[in-house]
Design a protein around this ligand. Sequence first.
Ligand code: AP5
Length: 219
Amino acid sequence: MSVIVLLGGPGAGKGTQAVGLAERLHVPHVASGDLFRAAVRDGTPIGLEAKAYMERGELVPDAITVRMLQARLGQPDAADGVVLDGFPRDRAQAKVLDEGLAEHGARVDRAISIEVPADELVRRLSGRWVCAEAGHVYHETAHPPRDAGRCDEDGSPLIQRADDKPDTIQARLALQLTSLSEVIEHYETAGVLTRVDGSSPIDDVTEAIHAAVRPGSLA
Ligand code: AP5
């Protein structure tokens, strides 16, 4: 079983990196933000509860988040491992994850902190476009689509996320970076943390992350 956690502030590049990493490891990519956005879109009870927190740039309360993640990680495709993107997001979530994995004789094998200065995070979120169909991620200068306004993968239109408005970006940074540093500390203490310079070009970040998960590098 291979359990990899990608950590980083809003816009650090977790989603950009998680897709290829999951393919490489033959495990699913589980992104808590994507699960919440799908729940909001589908109008499920979790989506109805989470929507207001997301719009304010706050973390959704742990009780809701943990319930959603436990359901997803209990599905058969996650039995051999997972790349987690956006979870855990605070110390309590990290402890719940440790306990859940321990019940299956597993643990987080590697936590990768993608480190990017706050002003660069703002630049990235302000220029981000995602495809309406599947959430494929682009940036207007760092990673533009081949055809303006259209996804390279599925041709669907590109849109801006509701929480990428300037006020919400500032709130996400102000409200979420402290709990992120607690999670980084949690994995540093556990001896499974790798820090990666996330301000490098996308391919260089990919190379650093893949090096951190090569057999022999895992805990
Ligand atoms: P979530 O969807 O997880 O948002 P986030 O953490 O703010 O992260 P993002 O998806 O915005 O950014 P990313 O790091 O994936 O960056 P990306 O690859 O897109 O969560 C949304 C909300 O849901 C939260 O605010 C919260 O309310 C709630 N939530 C989710 N999980 C929760 C939890 N566990 N507990 C409680 N609440 C939770 O890249 C960003 C941009 O930069 C893109 O345009 C990309 O093309 C570009 N880019 C990427 N890498 C590079 C690079 N190296 N150089 C230049 N540009 C780059």
